[in-house]
Design a protein around this ligand. Structure first.
Ligand SMILES: [Mg+2]
Length: 248
């Protein structure tokens, strides 16, 4: 094998589930070069099966071992038997259950886990806040402020987490890129990373720095040409296909 490319999903492979042009060909080229592809996403909402179905629809057949998610990273911060109040969607809940924690809907809880969810109401915010004020650890699957879609940016998980942090008066431990739990999970599963490809320097770029590998920025997501890029990219391309072709 020629090592592993760690590739972000939102803004690199798709926008709100709609494949970005050329991604299927790009992944096929990499795999033909004997490169292992690992998709690392901060989106904790979809389950593994939902992510695999989306990849299949994008003509990128993949298996569970090809995925690393912030939901899985968050689960590593908990112990089997912990009680967890999840203000999060299916992907986070699935990873937590696999870890052996007990999901509860009311305080008390050992931890509150906040991830991206449509089901974010004042009442659920109040319940989560009450749990944290009662002593629960506060864990965010990720803190991305926005979520790219073809129509523009939607509020991300970070916006929801900020509401809980503000109301509870407590800082959160964050699991996803570029934080320690995700770095450790990627390292453990893929000791041979060659490059991190992403659209967001503050997550993908910092993950690359932590893994001490180059950061390849693609301009198909949240970063537009001319935007400030920190940390600096080692390579920049319009999209994944252009990047893969230039790396031949
Ligand atoms: Mg992205």
């Amino acid at each position: 094998m020629e090592g592993t490319w760690v590739i972000d999903l939102d803004g690199v492979v798709w926008l709100a589930g709609e494949p970005i042009e050329g991604v299927s060909e790009a992944i096929a080229i990499l795999r033909a070069r004997d490169v292992r592809v690992a998709f690392a996403t901060n989106n904790s909402a979809p389950t593994v099966a939902e992510l695999l179905a989306r990849l299949e629809r994008a003509a990128i057949p993949s298996s569970p071992e090809d995925l690393v998610t912030s939901a899985q990273a968050a689960a590593t911060l908990l112990e089997p038997g912990d009680s967890v109040l999840a203000l999060a969607d299916g992907g986070a809940r699935e990873a937590l259950v696999e870890r052996g924690v007990t999901l509860v809907e009311e305080p008390p809880a050992d931890a509150v886990v906040v991830g991206w969810t449509h089901d974010f109401t004042f009442d659920r915010l109040a319940v989560a806040t009450r749990a944290v004020r009662g002593g629960a650890r506060l864990i965010g699957t990720n803190e991305d402020p926005t979520h790219p879609t073809p129509e523009g940016l939607l509020p991300g998980s970070g916006a929801l987490l900020a509401a809980v942090v503000t109301a509870a008066g407590r800082e959160a431990q964050v699991a996803g890129k570029p934080h320690a739990a995700m770095i450790e999970l990627v390292r453990r599963r893929h000791p041979d990373v060659r490059v991190v490809v992403g659209d967001r320097p503050s997550t993908d770029g910092l993950l690359a720095r932590a893994l001490k590998v180059p950061f390849a920025l693609v301009l198909s997501g949240v970063t537009a040409p001319g935007d400030p890029v920190e940390p600096a990219a080692d390579d920049t391309a319009a999209d994944l296909l252009e990047l893969v072709r230039s790396a031949s």
